[in-house]
Ligand binder design. Structure first.
Ligand SMILES: [Zn+2]
Length: 738
């Protein structure tokens, strides 16, 4: 559970917060195994026994004052009595984890329904047959690489839904016609077409037959001319009844047939937009986006065109089914409408523009080999002077309780954010002895595989069974208070500031368009720069034109703020906020929005402002960090550059590199080790490229050298990117300060 704040010392009151120009909030990565400093929680039992404050319901923690009979809540100051059971428990030294650490991870007893759950993970692959041979090949390799230890179901969709039984001697498929005008029901219930227990097969005994069933898959385009009299098939060829297929699969897996799975995931392999039956999407709006003159063309494609998938996501959440969308297509697929199905249900959204260099098999493998927490409930509590304001990320709010969020499924990377408001005008000033407190409680379920259980000699646990564990993770943190604005600026964490900004900018672009999102970001930097200059009193008031040269746009007195102008510039140059005219596909923008709004701050930093290092040889690092500018490259004289842009890794040999340097870098060198380590640690598989300058096209690499590029992409060759951006910000600051 990592928790990072935009400022380590909180603003003292609303005025201080307002006048700083800084966002005030935190990012949380609840299922990360360590905290932001690399410390593990204290594990233990008795999550249900921790005393809770009768006023604010915070959990007892190491910051609470405790005497023999009572404790004082460190969040709200309420004096609570201790039960005799707790007194007895706490009288033994080191007996309770919550007395040993402010970061604990505790077992909870299972509730009735959880005990009856089928603990084994259930994975269903739903494969688009209105696709191509290449798409099916890629899907097969992705699945075969990934499946281990699960119950697996294979389904296909086109204008029919195909269910496979792979448990007999040869795989059998049952096809159910998907009616074009269905109200969500099928001519035959899936359970009647094939009982769920026939559909879900244990992978370890059926892997060969799953493989041979996958071998039989053919795209619908190859179905004609088989002489089987499927006249109707030929008419409906190419139909992609994705919406109805998902709807019926969700209810098939859902609890209404008496099967409750601890974790059920559907991997939806999609090769284009749903164009048939319920949930079909009108892709004409892609061509028509410029038709409405005067409107923001980007805005036309950002909102969903139908609530179908958002509503369906709610059904999936209800049924406890998580859906991952794996789209392999360069066709307009309207991910803006589809995305809810994955992000609301705790799944991922992947977009691969082609089958050739797709990392789909590696991504599948990663997804299935990492641990997940599911049925999570998250609650952030604060001390009384302030409260959570907006919350950001792929969770959904509890319908009843404020500041309670649900996450169906999350991995150790999934990150969420909150910003704060003051409860009143006094801020933290009145009680100078009371420091701001935060407490994040995260309740979650994990499936423990047989191998992970301790094999005790007594044989008490049945070793062949998966088991379900419910746990409660609690982290309580104390923050400082900044006594003046300089202290506040000195305590800034620029990566966390960037995270909150990215969330705000994505929300603004979704509701008001990309142009508005860009303006919001630009204005934010102008206001911050103005407030900073005001605080530093570097502006000599009232001296007319001489003021301009005195605006400090580089935050020269505050190292913590210095990265921000560059990050804002880079964010404005990121495909997330660039225009369609610059070649940004709307589906790619949606994919980036979904990706970026779930990343933890350092990963996001890398995605926005890639890390460029240089090497003297594949085994010797030259410089650990370069700015992303051509000039920096030319002056460095290093022969090898390595760029990490989070989703892409590029090794670039300069055209003047010594031709005796091995290319591509050999497998045992330092550069390769670095690359492999990065790939290992990342939530998704980055694409790796090698480019030899002077012999191969350097464009993919040079596109990342943004600092000489014009900020809004429409610029003149004479404009010098980042430098002129700073000048422009300086002008805007002057206008703002007037
Ligand atoms: Zn309390």
């Amino acid at each position: 559970m990592a928790l990072r704040a935009t400022v380590v010392r909180f603003p003292s009151d609303p005025d201080a917060q307002e006048s700083s120009g800084l966002p005030w909030g935190v990012t949380v990565t609840p299922f990360a195994s360590k905290d932001e400093n690399g410390n593990s929680p204290v594990y233990g039992s008795g999550g249900d026994l921790i005393p809770r404050c009768e006023n604010c319901w915070a959990y007892y923690n190491t910051y609470c004052d405790q005497d023999q009979w009572a404790w004082t809540c460190s969040l709200c100051g309420t004096l609570n009595g201790l039960s005799s059971e707790t007194i007895a428990r706490y009288s033994l030294p080191e007996s309770a984890p919550e007395n040993m650490s402010s970061f604990v991870d505790l077992e909870l007893p299972l509730e009735g329904s959880e005990e009856d759950m089928q603990a084994r993970p259930v994975y269903v692959a739903a494969i688009d047959l209105a696709s191509s041979e290449e798409f099916l090949e890629l899907t097969k390799s992705a699945l075969l690489a990934a499946l281990e230890g699960s119950l697996f179901g294979l389904a296909t969709f086109s204008h029919k839904l195909g269910l496979y039984d792979v448990q007999g001697p040869i795989p059998v498929v049952k096809n159910v016609f998907l009616p074009q005008d269905s109200d969500g029901t099928l001519p035959i219930e899936l359970e009647d077409a094939m009982p769920l227990f026939s559909f879900l097969a244990p992978v370890e005994t059926c892997k060969d037959r799953i493989a041979s069933a996958l071998e039989t898959l053919r795209p619908t385009s190859s179905w004609d001319g088989t002489g089987s009299g499927q006249g109707l098939d030929r008419i409906l060829l190419g139909g992609r009844g994705f919406g109805l297929a998902m709807e019926t699969l969700i209810s098939y897996l859902g609890s209404e047939h008496g099967n409750t799975f601890a974790l059920a995931r559907i991997f939806a392999f999609l090769s284009g937009p749903p164009d048939y039956g319920p949930g079909q999407l009108d892709t004409r709006r892609y061509g028509e986006q410029y038709a409405s003159k005067g409107e923001d063309a980007e805005l036309a494609l950002l909102p969903e065109q139908t609530p179908f998938y958002k509503d369906l996501a709610a059904v999936a959440v209800q049924a406890g089914v998580c859906i991952d969308i794996l789209a392999v297509t360069n066709e307009y697929t309207d991910l803006a409408s589809l995305k809810f199905l994955s992000i609301d249900s705790g799944g991922s959204l992947f977009l691969y523009p082609n089958t050739d260099d797709s990392t789909l098999p590696q991504d599948m493998y990663r997804m299935l080999s990492r641990p997940y927490a599911f049925n999570c409930i998250m609650r952030l509590r604060t001390s009384s002077e302030f409260k959570p304001g907006n919350s950001y990320g792929h969770f959904f709010p509890d319908p009843q309780y404020e500041n309670v969020q649900h996450v169906i499924c999350c991995d150790s990377y999934a990150t969420y954010a909150y910003d704060f408001d003051f409860e009143n005008n006094h801020g933290f000033s009145r009680h100078t002895s009371e420091l701001p407190m935060l407490q994040l409680a995260f309740q979650y379920t994990v499936v423990v595989s047989p191998q992970e259980l301790p094999t005790s000699g007594s044989g008490l646990t049945s070793r062949s069974k998966y088991t379900i564990k419910r746990r409660l993770r609690i982290r309580t943190m104390q923050f400082g208070v900044a006594h003046n604005i300089n202290e506040l600026y000195d305590s800034v964490e620029h990566e966390v500031v960037l995270s909150i900004l990215v969330h705000k900018v994505i929300l603004a672009s979704l509701s008001e368009g990309v142009r508005e999102g860009r303006m919001l970001l630009h204005d934010w930097l102008v206001i911050l720069t103005a407030q900073y200059n005001d605080a530093c009193k570097t502006v000599a008031n009232g001296y007319g034109s001489s003021i301009g040269s005195l605006i400090d746009v580089t935050f020269s007195q505050c190292p913590q703020l210095q990265p921000l102008p560059r990050l804002v510039f880079a964010l404005l140059r990121n495909p997330l906020l660039r225009f369609h005219e610059e070649g940004i596909h709307p589906d790619y923008r949606i994919y980036l929005q979904c990706l970026f709004s779930g990343l933890e701050p350092s990963s996001l930093h890398r995605a926005i402002y890639p890390l460029l290092t240089s090497y003297a040889t594949p085994d010797k690092l030259a410089y650990p960090r370069h700015s992303l500018s051509r000039a920096a490259l030319l002056t460095s004289e290093s022969p090898i550059f390595f760029l990490d842009a989070f989703t892409t890794l590029i090794v670039f040999y300069s055209s003047t590199a010594d031709p005796t340097l091995p290319y591509p870098p050999p497998h045992d060198c330092l550069l390769r080790t670095t690359i492999n380590k990065l790939k290992q640690e990342r939530s998704m598989t980055p694409r790796l490229m090698f480019i030899r300058g002077g012999q191969e096209d350097p464009t993919p690499f040079e596109n990342y050298l943004i600092e000489e590029q014009d900020v809004d992409g429409s610029g003149f060759a004479s404009v010098m990117g980042f430098v002129s951006f700073l000048e422009e910000v300086s002008q805007s600051v002057l206008e703002y300060m007037k």
